[in-house]
Design a protein around this ligand. Structure first.
Ligand code: ADP
Ligand code: MG
Length: 705
């Protein structure tokens, strides 16, 4: 059975099956080529068919010689004038010719060590030459251009060019050999590829058939056909993924019942009274969505997106208090110890007037502390549990747990969430992320979740001004930094990981700390914080900064998320180029949280254009969602789904920026197919089989395919 996707490896090795025909039996493959092709993961006919070109060489751009641009591939129709062949002293041949176009301009074409070319270059013959032009003196030149005959019927410059596939290569394999192999294999085997999509479905969504698409993705007749062919494969790849996600969503909803948590008007009023401010419309909207979800006996699976400081925690606390009001427990898990403790404090303060009992659970507590916490949790002596993800692995039952909030968990992918759900009950589940993710990525990485988002900030949030500080401007920046401190603000200095190891990182942090103490920030009270310090020391450092005893906190990126010190107004980020854009954005969210505007200076040295562009994007907007889109575009379609981040295999042909429209379309189709159970119809069996093969294990899809 053929798998209609690129890079197909899962074809049956049944020798009687044409598509599984091993590479050495394919037309025109010599035995010396076999190991090289295998190195390219080309083992069978199917592999060849589904190894799509990396890019294309468009020879359809036919130009007059006067219109050539250096380095831009183009084709020229010309008449061969002089031809000469020379032999160098080292025995190499050089074949060269001058050609004239119909406007009377001329250029040179030449080849090294291809003496046989000579026979194709007859004086007076019209040919099409394609290549990357370069200027040799005053004359354009093609080295090793491709030659194509011009058909008699084609007149003048009206010659149709070709779009040639460009395949990934390995040492010892030539592009032309792969082109030949693809052409032969298509001719011999394409008919044996099965259509996995139902015929009616293919028509309804205006897709090209698998056969036509395969032919055209390798050897497109024109750009439009290439687009059609590509769309078919993109559509299918995304459909398979979105089906997997829709099936998973459907299964989690029907697998286990959750406890309906009711929000009465009285509960609502009691919760709101605990906060010293009115909730924003955006917060109310998200709270409304959460409240509706948890009132059902189907577990909530919701992603709450919102920029740093947009006020997500309020939404989480609200939901947790609803659980408590219903007589159940709720837990919030933070990615770091410092954050867990901060949540614990925030909650403690907010709830000092309420009859709600809190427990803290982290990896660094003493065994006795943890045992006590667990006992309290198990005995129902606490309502709300605050912890790190160590909580997930705690050897503990949570008989009363009905709601789990996971904070700042952009790295908490689809796969990890599966694990959480295994544990006993089916709690309602809310993930929060401050890394604004483009919508299309959210739909993929978090495709099985419903999403809420908080756009904009609560009133009183200040403008954050970000600046690039090249080396020559550093002294000025420190002058400004000191002025901020003197006017009563506090500041951060962030030092990235410059060295290989954590201990070297800390060494460079300490060095920076000392040099600041002795130089730029001599007159101020500085402290430092990093990942290797004990939780207690970190806590002490944070506390002292919080209370204003420390004026400047010199830190590694441990402070990247969640820390809330309203008086912090200024931040210096050393070696800004070492951080990802999302990380930079989260860091700057630490300033401007109170009544004062925030200022962020990003230090950088001489940078390559690409790195500079990223930093320029960073200072160009303080809107996290806009920045995420920019980041996404700058990084390009590479591993943008960051397999590590969510445990999904990378997409092979679809590009979430370029193909975002297809993604939206396909997601709706997938949900509809699953919700209506239409996907269980026999005509979808082959497609479902693909879903199972690619995602069943990874997404722990139960009974599929
Ligand atoms: P996030 O978790 O989204 O980064 P937080 O929930 O920590 O943001 O909120 C950021 C700051 O804004 C906190 O100091 C919080 O007390 C404050 N805040 C939240 N909601 C409001 C509101 N509706 N009005 C005023 N201040 C708010
Ligand atoms: Mg937060």
């Amino acid at each position: 059975m053929a798998e209609n996707e690129p890079g197909n490896g899962g074809v049956d090795q049944d020798a009687s099956h044409g598509l599984a025909t091993p590479i050495h039996l394919l037309g025109g493959v010599s035995s010396s080529q076999v190991p090289l092709l295998q190195k390219l993961q080309l083992r069978t006919a199917a592999d060849v068919l589904f190894r799509f070109p990396r890019t294309y060489q468009d020879l359809t751009d036919i130009r007059a010689i006067g219109e050539l641009e250096a380095g831009v591939t183009a084709s020229v129709c010309g008449t061969v004038a002089e031809v000469e062949q020379k032999r160098t002293s080292t025995g190499k041949t050089i074949t060269g010719a001058v050609i004239h176009d119909s406007h009377g301009a001329s250029m040179r074409v030449m080849w090294f060590n291809q003496p046989f070319i000579r026979s194709r270059l007859q004086r007076g013959k019209r040919l099409m030459f394609s290549g990357k032009p370069k200027l040799a003196g005053l004359r354009w030149e093609f080295v090793h251009p491709r030659i194509q005959p011009i058909e008699e019927s084609e007149s003048g410059d009206q010659v149709a060019g070709e779009i040639l596939p460009v395949y990934p290569l390995t040492e010892g394999v030539k592009q032309n050999e792969l082109r030949y192999l693809a052409k032969q294999t298509l001719a011999d085997y394409v008919r044996q590829v099965e259509e996995v999509l139902p015929e009616e479905f293919v028509e309804r969504h205006k897709l090209w058939s698998i056969h036509q698409s395969l032919m055209q993705i390798h050897f497109p007749s024109d750009q439009e056909s290439l687009e059609h062919a590509r769309r078919r494969f993109v559509f299918q790849e995304l459909l398979v993924l979105q089906l997997a996600l829709a099936i998973r969503r459907n299964q989690t909803q029907s697998a286990k019942k959750a406890e309906p948590l009711e929000t009465t008007a009285q509960i609502d009023a009691r919760i709101r009274r605990l906060f010293p401010f009115e909730f924003t419309d955006e917060q109310n909207k998200s709270i409304g969505e959460v409240v509706a979800d948890i009132a059902m006996d189907v577990p909530m699976n919701r992603l709450l997106q919102g920029d740093v400081g947009s006020g997500k925690t309020v939404v989480a606390i609200y939901a947790m208090l609803v659980a408590a009001a219903n007589g159940y427990q709720a837990a919030i898990m933070a990615p770091t110890e410092v954050l867990a403790r901060q949540h614990f404090e925030t909650l403690g303060k907010a709830l000092s007037q309420a009859r709600v009992r809190l427990a803290l659970w982290t990896g660094s507590q003493t065994t006795a502390e943890r045992r006590q916490a667990l006992e309290d949790i198990q005995n129902g002596n606490v309502d709300l549990i605050v912890g790190t993800q160590a909580l997930l692995h705690a050897d503990c039952e949570f008989p009363n747990l009905r709601l789990v909030v996971v904070d700042e968990q952009h790295k908490f992918g689809v796969q990890q969430r599966a694990r959480l759900r295994e544990s006993g009950v089916a709690p309602h589940y809310l993930v929060m992320t401050a890394t604004p993710i483009p919508r299309t990525v959210a739909m993929t990485a978090f495709g099985d979740l419903d999403t809420s988002s908080i756009e904009g900030n609560p009133p009183g949030r200040q403008e954050i001004n970000s600046y690039l500080v090249p080396t020559a401007k550093q002294a000025d920046w420190w002058g400004f930094f000191r002025k901020q401190l003197r006017s009563g603000r506090q500041g951060y200095v962030i030092v990235p990981r410059l060295e290989e190891s954590e201990s070297q990182e800390i060494a460079s942090l300490v060095e920076m700390f000392e040099s600041l103490c002795n130089d730029e920030l001599e007159a101020f009270r500085l402290d430092l914080i990093h990942g290797r310090m004990s939780a207690e020391m970190k806590q002490t450092a944070m506390q002292s900064f919080h209370e204003g005893r420390t004026q400047v906190l010199v830190a590694t990126s441990v402070i990247e998320v969640g820390i809330d010190v309203p008086n912090a107004g200024v931040m210096t980020i050393m070696n800004g180029e070492r951080f990802g854009l999302a990380q930079l954005h989260q860091m700057r969210g630490r300033v401007g949280r109170g009544i004062h505007a925030g200022y962020v200076g990003v230090f950088h040295g001489e940078l390559a254009e690409e790195k500079m562009k990223r930093l320029e994007a960073f200072v160009s907007t303080s809107n996290g969602f806009k920045l995420a889109e920019l980041d996404f575009e700058l990084r390009g379609p590479g591993d943008l789904l960051g397999t590590k981040q969510h445990g999904l295999p990378p997409l092979r042909i679809a590009d979430l920026i370029r193909d975002s429209e297809v993604l939206m379309e396909v997601r709706a189709i997938a949900r509809q197919l699953v919700d209506s159970y239409e996907f269980r119809q026999p005509e979808f069996a082959k497609l479902l089989n693909q879903v199972a093969r690619r995602y069943k294990k990874r997404l722990e899809l139960g009974d599929v395919g």
